[in-house]
Design a protein around this ligand. Structure first.
Ligand SMILES: [Zn+2]
Length: 284
């Protein structure tokens, strides 16, 4: 290994894990119930992006009504997130209306589920510079696009969060195999922690008759001990905490100002910087 690579630091996930897995499924449809069961059976976690003024639209891919939506997601380890009140293109309606779409959606979901709802998936992938700039003021912590990266990278900008791939993507099988059986340490460069971020709509498994695709993947992933299973917002908050670490000029000490313990790898060793604490790295 080159000396300069030896000096690089890499994000490690809770427990020092090198890989993280998350799911993001849209629209609040009846098929979500089966997806929740599959995730739960394997200890996996995901984020479900819900509208709040389309509960009477069952004909639209089997959307759930208000009560069914609440029963499906209440008390679950999964995250509920914003998808706009009425699933409009946020970048095509007047800006004040876009604000209402997000804020009404947030007020409703927070009131219904009794927790802070701070994630967003852009309906129809509709966003613009103006929309993105509004999100922090609306209490939105991150927003997901539908622009697949086909890799395991973490987003530079959480308001333009690109997923790894849709489960229907031709790349899914190869990526799943690499993620489950490979390791960032096998990369010559870029040995940063891996995030496999899968998105889609659960009704597509009904439409395509291929629930076994996700069942088989979930079973294989759930059996792995080296993967952190997390919701979108858990990942966003953890990565932000990692990025907020403050290092000494000689790189031998680090302070973690966040409320989360943070793991990182340096010179082949994994360290945990406690919440609000400072540590020194072991010299070579
Ligand atoms: Zn949608």
């Amino acid at each position: 290994m080159f000396r300069q690579m030896f000096e690089e630091k890499y994000i490690r996930f809770p427990g020092g894990k090198k890989k993280a897995l998350t799911f993001s499924y849209d629209d609040g449809v009846k098929a979500d119930k089966k997806l929740v069961e599959i995730l739960n059976a394997n200890g996996l976690k995901g984020t479900f992006n819900l509208n709040s003024r389309l509960f009477d639209c069952e004909c639209w891919h089997g959307r759930m009504d208000e009560e069914e939506t609440y029963r499906t997601f209440s008390g679950q380890p999964h995250e509920v997130a914003l998808h706009g009140a009425r699933h409009v293109f946020l970048n095509k309606v007047p800006l004040p209306e876009a604000v209402n779409e997000i804020l009404q959606n947030k007020v409703y979901l927070e009131g219904k589920f009794g927790r802070i709802v701070s994630g967003l998936a852009y309906a129809y992938n509709g966003y613009s510079k103006e929309i993105v700039s509004l999100l922090p003021a609306l209490g939105v912590e991150y927003a997901r696009t539908t622009e697949d990266t086909d890799d395991f990278s973490l987003p530079a900008d959480f308001y333009l969060w690109r997923p790894t791939c849709h489960h229907r993507s031709a790349a899914f099988g190869g990526l799943a195999d690499k993620f489950l059986n490979g390791s960032p340490e096998e990369e010559f460069k870029h040995r940063e922690g891996w995030l496999f971020y899968i998105w889609g709509h659960s009704y597509e498994f009904d439409d395509d008759g291929n629930w076994e695709t996700i069942e088989n993947f979930a079973r294989a992933a759930g059996a792995k001990k080296d993967i952190w299973f997390a919701t979108n917002s858990e990942i966003c908050r953890y990565v932000r905490a990692y990025r907020a670490l403050a290092f000494s000029a000689d790189g031998e000490r680090v302070y973690n100002p966040s409320a989360l313990p943070v793991w990182l790898e340096l010179r082949g060793k994994v360290y945990m910087a406690p919440a609000g604490g400072e540590i020194a790295f072991l010299g070579e």
